[in-house]
Write a protein that binds this ligand. Sequence first.
Ligand code: PGA
Length: 239
Amino acid sequence: MRIVIEDDYQNLSKKAAVFVAQRVICNSKVTLALPTGETPKGLYRQLNRLHEESVLDFSEVSTFNLDEYYPISPKSSLSFHKYMYKRFFNHVNIPQNQIHIFDSEINKPEKECKEYEELILKQGGIDLAILGIGQNGHIAYNEPGSNWESKTRLVELSQNSVIDDALELSNRSLDKAMTMGIKTIMQSREILLLASGEEKAKIMEKATRGPIKKNVPASILQLHPSLTIYLDNKAAQKL
Ligand code: PGA
């Protein structure tokens, strides 16, 4: 495990972008697993800029998003689909057929998850999985208690991940998601974990220094042979 601590969120995002850029430049056909949430927004901005400045070409890159709420329309502003196009895909040149996000309007989410897992295998696996971390230690939507052997599947969100009474969903709660499993993520050749802000300090201590246990899903990453963690000072204050 390699831990890199940056002064602030801006520098964390810049360094993370350089890390990803190196992988894209060394392997133009790289397969990435991509996160959503607050943390990677700066990374996507930096990657978009590198593309705009003709430093990075994404035309042969393939991507698999880590997770998506279920069910949800891709048009919903809460969907990860919407997030990804707005923050990244609309700004770079990844061909549509190389972008993979869960179809979250289908009736058979289990089938969708199984096919997603198969597609990752068919693609030759994930080269680099970029992850955020929840305050409860989740990675993607593998909530506390998730099985280490879990594959891509439909899950119930834990209480602190549920989005209650989303107005734009006619007050329905978002309480399920399709997510890559812990095993799926651990099988990635390389993992980059990003965390920023003091609200992540406690969980980063548990995830990196504590015992490997199921109620801290991210703790399993200690066993990954090629894990890099980028933190800002605030997220690193308990290390
Ligand atoms: P955040 O989410 O980047 O919005 O903190 C991370 C996560 O829950 O995985």
